[in-house]
Design a protein around this ligand. Sequence first.
Ligand SMILES: [Fe+2]
Ligand SMILES: [Fe+2]
Length: 200
Amino acid sequence: MRNENQFEQIKIELKKHLKPHRFNHTLGVVKMASKLAKQYGIDVQQARLAALLHDCAKNFSNQEMLQVAKDAKIALDPIMLLEPQLLHGPVGAVVAKKTYHVHDPEVLSAIACHTTGKCDMSLLDKIIYLSDFIEPGRDYPGVERLRHDCFEKDINSACKEAFDNTISYVISIGGLLHPKTIEARNYIIIEDKYQFEKDC
Ligand SMILES: [Fe+2]
Ligand SMILES: [Fe+2]
């Protein structure tokens, strides 16, 4: 029961720090990550913990985000400097470790890459990335289809669809695309079509 106690303790702390809508979103991501973990046969407790903490740094100001990132020696690229909120993934992993005492590298990876995706994502990384998009509180064009495809298609097709949605949306608002999102999408296509290993 140690895992469940840890989960409940973190949940109590997060409720104090996150805005109510963010906390409710987090609980939605936990629910979805749990379902997807069962569907794809991975550790449900690990998925629930990563989901619980995925937005633990979302309440940080841009200045705080950049400071924690610099202190933790997170590589800051030009896009992250211009859009510091993209850092809430990598910074969240630092906070999960330092504040919430989570040391599982797979959980920390899933938290770190949930904002942009990355090359060669693990099954847990993909599940957290997708759960963030399809939790019950999400409502945007294409969400029903993505929800359906997460369970009825394979995980890579669902991830590609989520990357496509994100990339199309960012283009539609004239925003900055992060290269890691492009790399993540390319990797999945290469993995599926060409079955070959690529260094990122
Ligand atoms: Fe997030
Ligand atoms: Fe989120």
